[in-house]
Design a protein around this ligand. Structure first.
Ligand SMILES: [Zn+2]
Length: 155
């Protein structure tokens, strides 16, 4: 379980170092300490991971993973990682709309397929799909905010 996360982080951190991921004008330089996917622009900068929802408050393996995190509903990184293994999100006590769940699973699949790419053209296709999905995700969020209808988050 933890091994998988470690491998994922190592893969994305080393590949991002050589070739930063740019999606919809944003550069994603860091793999998230909770889910291990490349969804953060800065390290320990209170960036919000758009995959698992963890807010990167600086907790990590080298700083300790058992401190309660107030930006993360008071849970620890250790708990958040276990939650991610179960449901692909860091915090389980909110309801989510199905469209978000599906979009997240789609983006995770795209990230996973990046791991097995040797053909540059295939990689370009995946990055194009990531751009589309990320834009869709941002549109959904701004729709919810503009309508101030947080029920849209729930089914
Ligand atoms: Zn994450």
């Amino acid at each position: 379980m933890v091994q998988k996360l470690k491998q994922r982080r190592e893969f994305f951190d080393s590949s991002l170092e050589k070739n930063p991921l740019q999606v919809d004008g944003r550069v994603f330089n860091y793999a998230c300490p909770c889910c291990g996917y490349p969804a953060l622009s800065v390290k320990a900068g209170y960036d919000y991971c758009f995959i698992c929802g963890w807010e990167d408050d600086g907790q990590d393996d080298d700083t300790g993973i058992n401190r309660k995190s107030s930006p993360n509903h008071g849970i620890t990184l250790s708990e958040a990682r276990k939650n991610f293994e179960k449901e692909h999100r860091s915090y389980l006590h909110t309801k989510e709309k199905k469209v978000f769940v599906e979009l997240r699973e789609h983006i995770i699949d795209l990230f996973e397929s990046l791991k097995n790419i040797k053909d540059v053209n295939k990689e370009k296709n995946i990055i194009d799909s990531l751009n589309k999905s990320y834009k869709k995700y941002k549109r959904l969020l701004s729709l919810i905010k503009s309508q101030k209808d947080y029920n849209l988050l729930e089914d």
